[in-house]
Design a protein around this ligand. Structure first.
Ligand SMILES: Nc1ncnc2c1ncn2[C@@H]1O[C@H](COP(=O)(O)OP(=O)(O)OP(=O)(O)O)[C@@H](O)[C@H]1O
Ligand SMILES: [Mg+2]
Length: 291
């Protein structure tokens, strides 16, 4: 049998875009906050049988007017990172306590939240356009033609031109993740939950994905979105995160604000200053009491 053709169209990020960013960084101090937080957890606990994975979780994420944010979530394996994301996604229910999105209690999955996993986020039997537009047609009940038009816009934003009619198995891992991100953005989700989204990609593709995320969220923002990014890659967490959260034994043990990227991922992450920040968080995680 003939080997299936696999295509790999890479995003092209303009490095000059980073100079624009100096300006955005300076404007950060003038942020206006909406009264109701974008995300809030009140005394949330989660048990699986006798296993108390989350004893009591409390947090508030401010809703900043006109600005997207990334919260990078780090923590040892089994500390409850995926459980927290699934609770916010509404895929599982808390054992006690409440979670809110823009003041509305989370009682199940909703259009205001999208989730992206490490793999298998797309339907194998649908092409790129169909995959991106699927929730628009099935959930938002938008007419097929209009949904396809909308999907084409996101194909362009996510640098997937030329792959519109390809199926997931014909795409590289990076492209498949771009399809998954496009589908979530297409729904106009306010919150995107990413569980190790680039964990299966090699370092170069990972950098490309990080730059693309930085571009669509920070440099050329298209819509206001808050991303919760769970990752084991501390460099990725530091590079993309406006905030870093460290979770241990289901508790939020550490919160920190960070600067935004000033250069492309490959360059930025090779610098000494950057590596010192990474080493700092590395040590914090190494010193956690995990037993
Ligand atoms: N559906 C489930 N049923 C029973 N136990 C579960 C379930 N989901 C998670 N757990 C348990 O909850 C704990 C936290 O799991 P979780 O997947 O949230 O960890 P994690 O921080 O995402 O880990 P990793 O970094 O390895 O992905 C683990 O002890 C796990 O076994
Ligand atoms: Mg996990």
């Amino acid at each position: 049998m003939k080997k299936q053709e696999e295509i790999d169209i890479k995003p092209e990020i303009n490095p000059n875009i980073f100079s624009e960013f100096q300006r955005i960084n300076r404007e950060r101090e003038k942020e206006a906050l909406r009264e109701i937080p974008i995300l809030e957890a009140k005394n949330v606990s989660k048990k699986f049988g006798d296993n108390i994975v989350i004893p009591s979780l409390n947090f508030k994420v401010e809703d900043i007017v006109g600005k997207s944010e990334i919260i990078s979530i780090l923590g040892p394996s089994g500390c409850g990172k995926s459980t927290v994301l699934k609770l916010i996604a509404g895929l599982i229910k808390p054992s006690s306590g409440q979670l809110f999105v823009c003041g509305n209690e989370i009682t199940g999955p909703g259009m205001d939240r999208g989730m992206i996993f490490q793999k298998y986020s797309s339907f194998p039997f649908l092409n790129v356009i169909e995959n991106i537009s699927y929730p628009l047609i099935t959930v938002k009940k938008i007419k097929k033609n209009q949904a396809f038009e909308e999907a084409k816009y996101w194909v362009d934003k996510m640098c997937l031109n030329g792959a519109e009619y390809k199926y997931p198995h014909q795409l590289s891992g990076g492209m498949q993740q771009r399809v998954a991100i496009a589908r979530t953005l297409c729904m106009n989700a306010r919150i995107i939950l990413m569980d190790e989204p680039f964990g299966a990609l090699d370092r170069k593709i990972r950098w490309e994905m990080q730059d693309l995320i930085a571009e669509i969220l920070f440099f050329k923002p298209i819509q206001e979105v808050t991303i919760l990014l769970v990752t084991h890659d501390i460099s990725e967490a530091v590079y993309l995160g406006d905030r870093i959260w460290i979770i241990n034994k289901g508790q939020l043990v550490y919160k920190e604000f960070l600067d935004r990227p000033k250069e492309m991922a490959r360059i930025s992450q090779g610098k000494k200053d950057f590596q010192e920040i990474v080493a700092y968080f590395n040590e914090k995680i190494d010193n956690l009491d995990i037993n």
